[in-house]
Design a protein around this ligand. Structure first.
Ligand SMILES: NC(=O)c1ccc[n+]([C@@H]2O[C@H](COP(=O)([O-])OP(=O)(O)OC[C@H]3O[C@@H](n4cnc5c(N)ncnc54)[C@H](O)[C@@H]3O)[C@@H](O)[C@H]2O)c1
Length: 360
């Protein structure tokens, strides 16, 4: 294939395969990490962003592939975790042509894996990019709706986060509840719309002042991210970047419940213990934000994307989360409970019996 000058081909004990190559067209490093396959397949998006070094790009691909394994398993999807990364130069803008070349290099790498890794949209890549890669390799999911695909996964992620919010609030109703959201992007914006339509009272924040128009339209209170974090709301929903739940920040958290879309919300695993100790109920991110993955896998598994069926599968996030809360018990560590549940479901998927598995 068109990707030349393979630098390394790492396989270590924890990962089924990690491939790092220098793209022959773009000269950029493209990486695929396959944490595990189920039935010979792993899936995860293609992230395109600047990295300080190739080692950082590979480490990110591995970290993300690892969490995809848990996300898919917890959602009962009979598919393994993988991830792709295109490392952009850290300090120079990239031309349209070179970006296209990088997508081509990445698609060649995907094709060379012969279906062991299926790629999709992620941070820095778009539906159009997915469609373009789909002209080079068929191991792509999340095609535009106009092509019969599932389209942008964000609305499904937003739906899943709303389901998680309901499952996390006493009584399961958002009407009249006060919810603080940080990040009104693709997911947070759609989530805010859903919650406002269901009668929730919103306090919102976004680093982009342009998002204030949406806040105004929804009658939401517009504050700084810090104020949203500290607001005495019924629930806090992180929908921007990960890593915000550190011990220091948790001590300043205003809401007794946290459920949001951001990936890797905890600064490290010990933060889950800190949340539990402070009586904060935390919806593990890899369960709450699985809606987009559920949609993409549904498209990949079926010849025709079935939206209604997918929405019903997204609703299952509520039952999964309640099971996690039941297992954790009052004041228990929900990360430990969720990880154990994911491991059980992963083992079941290995034996072809994943609960709620999207049929192949
Ligand atoms: N898009 C999906 O389907 C999906 C699926 C799973 C997880 N996630 C995760 O959900 C989060 C949001 O995803 P998205 O697709 O909506 O991204 P996005 O880029 O569309 O939106 C992120 C928003 O957060 C804002 N933001 C960034 N840093 C901020 C800060 N420090 N303070 C306040 N606002 C800040 C941005 O201005 C932007 O409006 C990410 O962590 C992503 O990894 C997304």
């Amino acid at each position: 294939m068109g990707v030349a000058a393979v630098k390394t081909d790492l396989v270590d004990e924890e990962f089924e395969e990690v491939r790092e190559q220098r793209g022959s067209r773009s000269g950029l490093t493209v990486t695929v990490a396959i944490h595990r396959t189920v039935g010979g397949v792993s899936l995860g998006g293609c992230r395109m962003r600047p990295y300080a070094s190739d080692a950082d790009a590979v480490a990110d691909a591995k970290r993300l592939a690892h969490s995809m394994t848990f996300k898919a398993a917890a959602a009962g999807l009979a598919i393994g975790g993988g991830k792709g990364v295109i490392a952009l130069p850290a300090d120079e803008p990239i031309s349209f042509e070179r970006r296209r070349d990088a997508l081509h290099d990445f698609a060649d790498l995907v094709e060379s894996l012969r279906g062991r890794y299926v790629t999709a949209q992620d941070v820095g890549t778009s539906e159009e990019d997915v469609a373009y890669m789909g002209t080079i390799t068929r191991h792509v999911a999340g095609h535009p709706i106009a092509q019969g695909g599932s389209g942008d996964p964000s609305p499904y992620t937003a739906h899943g986060v709303e389901v998680a919010i309901r499952a996390s609030l006493p009584g399961g109703d958002v009407n009249g509840r006060h919810i603080a959201i940080v990040g009104l992007g693709h997911v947070g914006g759609a989530l805010a719309e859903r919650l406002a339509a269901d009668g929730a009272r919103l306090t919102v924040a976004d680093a982009d002042p342009g998002k204030r128009a949406l806040a105004d339209r929804l009658g939401a209170r517009w504050v700084s991210a810090e104020d949203a974090f500290e607001t005495d709301a019924d629930l806090f929903s992180p929908c921007a970047l990960g890593g915000t739940l550190s011990a220091e920040m948790i001590s300043r958290l205003g809401a007794p419940v946290v459920a949001g879309a951001a990936n890797n919300q905890l600064s490290d695993d010990s933060a889950a213990g800190e949340l539990a100790q402070r009586g904060v109920l935390w919806a593990p991110d890899f369960i709450a934000n699985a809606g987009g993955l559920i949609a993409v896998v549904a498209e990949y598994r079926s010849r025709r994307f079935d939206r209604d069926r997918t929405e019903r599968a997204v609703e299952e996030i509520g039952a999964t989360l309640k099971e996690v809360y039941r297992r954790a018990g009052p004041g228990g560590n929900t990360l430990l409970a969720a990880t154990a549940l994911a491991a059980e479901r992963a083992a079941a998927a290995d034996h072809g019996a994943g609960p709620g598995a999207v049929a192949a």
